[in-house]
Design a protein around this ligand. Structure first.
Ligand code: XBP
Ligand code: MG
Length: 236
């Protein structure tokens, strides 16, 4: 079946954003006078719970903390995240921009399937490729569009519907086991580039696993051969 669409996760896949998220959570906790601090090891474990508000609720339950207004905390966190993103020199992960450019050249559709919010997607594009480039994505679906976040496949189902393509006509780009499970539940071939927090995840069922998308363009690595779904796309 011909390849028609590339669908990208955001956090950890387009860019290593989780440290900015973590710092924003900690600032929100400090503002609210809550004595929580999410260290890297704690945050790595908490990433099993997708969605920032859900992560706060899960931690409140785990620590037996009552009276936490997760929605209010998450709103403050999002403000800090945006602020940090606009002041940061965040870069897209290696190979991302080149792959997006190649997809557009070849007339493939582009989609985004993410757990984070639309405003956080906008912040990342404002800081990197620009809003005009985001406008070239024919579907941008976020955690705000779904009743159940990844690993539930709902966000991917919405993107496939928006793009009018089948699962087998698409490739998903993910960094986490939760994202892989969401895409694979619909039968979308999935290429994994593990992120700083997801290197130990179980990627069983992935089409292929690469250190970065930059390897797709590296003739020495032979990586295209590990990802047959990309061969007709001509990345080699
Ligand atoms: C990443 C997430 C997100 C971010 C925080 O999931 O779980 O929740 O950590 O974003 P994925 P929000 O990359 O699999 O989509 O705080 O905006 O929810
Ligand atoms: Mg991710």
């Amino acid at each position: 079946m011909a390849l028609k669409a590339l669908i990208f996760d955001v956090d950890g896949t387009l860019a290593e954003t989780e440290e900015l998220h973590r710092e924003a959570f900690n600032r929100a906790f400090a503002d609210a006078g809550i004595s929580w601090f999410w260290s890297r090891p704690v945050y790595g474990r908490l990433l099993q719970v997708t969605g920032g508000r859900e992560r706060i609720l899960a931690y409140a339950e785990e620590t037996g903390t009552c009276r936490v207004d997760a929605a209010a905390l998450h709103k403050v966190k999002t403000g800090y995240y945006k602020q940090a993103m606009s002041g940061s020199a965040i870069a897209l992960r290696d190979g991302v921009e080149r792959l997006i450019g190649l997809a557009l050249e070849q007339g493939l559709s582009l989609g985004i399937a993410t757990t984070t919010s639309r405003s956080n997607v906008d912040s990342l594009f404002q800081a990197t490729l620009g809003m005009e480039m985001l406008g070239r994505f024919r579907s941008v679906r976020t955690g705000e569009d779904v009743g159940a976040k990844k690993p539930d496949p709902e966000v991917y189902r919405l993107v496939l519907d928006d793009l009018g393509v089948g699962a087998q006509e698409s490739i998903a780009f993910e960094d986490s086991a939760n994202g892989l499970r969401a895409a694979r539940a619909l039968g979308i071939p999935t290429l994994i580039t593990p992120g700083i927090y997801t290197r130990e995840d179980d990627f069983t069922g992935a089409e292929c696993i690469l250190d970065s998308l930059g390897h797709l363009f590296d003739p020495q690595s032979g990586s295209v051969h590990c990802c047959p779904a990309l061969v007709p796309f001509g990345v080699a």
